[in-house]
Design a protein around this ligand. Structure first.
Ligand code: UDP
Length: 416
């Protein structure tokens, strides 16, 4: 496959108005953001990753870039392309940074470096600041060599206990950056020699189709059209079909709940990311489970289910589950809480920080705990309502898009 760098998919900046966020996040934040943007006028920013669809980073960038542009900044999104072999190597890197073992062969190194070297020649040098996401394009900075631009590596992965061989291999490339950004201090890759590190959690866009307000009767009607019985409770998990998201664990928890509550239904909503070749086997297993259980629904298409459907199911269900074993941030948790939906989720990565303090008992470590909390919450509508409302306020204060832009622009300002 010839090397290629393409432009990311994003909505038009014209459809975004920064003032629409004022009632949601307050004037102070928007005023600070606008002032930062004025100070950075003329600075050209390039975000670089390896997929335009599937997964949180692509989701984030498709909304983030237009908002930057609406603030009057010059910002582009570039995507590096690679062969299936490249993405197998980078998925192994992703898993290894999360702690899985990885047999790193000479061939793997060479596949990875070749794509990075070729992409470095293609990305263009029309920018002042490059923000490179995750390990896939991380070595590009190395192949650029000496330059005047500022380079930031934005790691979305919990890389606190990485496989030593992959960590050793990637470190020299990462140490070439001017600054690193991790979601939280606990995620920091150990042993790095670097001058500047920032901790910035991601965020959701409350005005995106995925999160905008929808009438509940519309959601219910759409769910009924998909085969859901509205008279019985429904659990939902929205996730890529990835072992770390533990869809099989969700199915086991649902089966335990069914012993006590035979009417329970479960919908697994998800797809495969463009840079994740691992999902197919798992999807096959899940489809087998669903084939013998009329109350177990799988909604998928190649790149994942569309934003509107995700919104509909997050709003229309009774409870959201996110049974991750390892997690970067887990945007779906904020998406659900923003919709005032209670969430039962794995105590992993960035998930606990999205939970209001007083609802940490709904963070779980096992299938049994998951089933127990589901039954508990289904029996207590008052608790569900309070959890949802407190969750929305917590997300409003900490995890909405303008806060993320402000944190990033502050860092860029410091660097320049
Ligand atoms: N998503 C989607 N359709 C799907 C599955 C997921 O739109 O079928 C979205 C989901 O709503 C969220 C993102 O993809 O916005 C996943 O981000 P998250 O941080 O939860 O997980 P990641 O995939 O990045 O590990």
């Amino acid at each position: 496959m010839p090397p290629k760098v393409s432009v990311g998919r994003q909505i038009g900046a014209a459809s975004i108005n920064i003032d629409s966020y004022r009632p949601l996040v307050g004037d102070d934040l928007i005023d600070e953001l606008a002032a930062l943007a004025r100070g950075l006028k003329g600075v050209r920013i390039c975000h670089l990753n390896s997929t335009s669809f599937g997964g949180g980073v692509a989701e984030l960038l498709s909304r983030y870039l237009p908002l930057l542009q609406a603030l009057g900044l010059s910002a582009d999104w570039r995507i590096i392309h690679g062969s299936p072999a490249f993405f197998s190597v980078t998925k192994a890197f992703h898993n290894a940074l999360q702690g899985a073992q990885c047999d790193l062969t000479e061939e793997d190194r060479s596949i990875y470096l070749q794509v990075n070297e070729q992409s470095a020649k293609l990305i263009g040098r029309d920018y002042d600041v490059y923000i490179v996401h995750d390990p896939q394009p991380a070595a590009i900075r190395h192949y650029i060599g000496a330059n005047r631009e500022k380079w930031i590596w934005r790691c979305h992965i919990d890389s606190s206990s990485p496989a030593p061989n992959v960590s050793q291999f990637l470190k020299p490339f990462i140490e070439r950056y001017d600054a690193l950004v991790f979601t939280m201090a606990e995620f920091l890759l150990p042993g790095l020699q670097i001058k500047r590190v920032a901790f910035i959690p991601p965020a959701i866009d409350p005005l995106a189709t995925k999160n905008m307000e929808l009438p509940i009767d519309l959601c219910k009607r759409a769910m009924a059209d998909s085969g859901i019985d509205l008279a019985r409770p429904l659990l939902v998990q929205v996730s890529r079909f990835d072992p770390w998201k533990d869809p099989m664990g969700v199915i086991r928890a649902y089966r335990l709940v069914k012993e006590a509550l035979p009417g329970i239904q479960l919908a697994l909503i998800g797809g495969m990311a463009g840079d994740d070749p691992e999902g197919w086997n798992l999807l096959e297993q899940i489809e087998e489970e669903s084939a013998r259980d009329p109350d177990l629904f799988i909604f998928t298409n190649l790149g994942g289910v569309g934003s509107m459907e995700v919104n509909v199911f997050q709003r229309g269900c009774d409870l959201i589950i996110q049974k991750s074993i390892r997690e970067g941030f887990g945007l779906v948790v904020s998406e659900a809480l923003w919709k005032e939906k209670p969430v039962i989720a794995g105590r992993a990565g960035g998930i606990p920080m999205q939970f209001p303090e007083e609802y940490h008992r709904y963070l779980i470590d096992t299938v049994e705990e998951c089933a127990d909390r589901v039954l508990d919450l289904l029996n207590r509508p008052g608790e569900r309502g309070n959890f949802g409302r407190t969750g929305r306020e917590h997300v409003r204060r900490h995890f909405l898009l303008p806060r993320l832009l402000r944190d990033d622009l502050r860092l860029i300002k410091e660097l320049l």
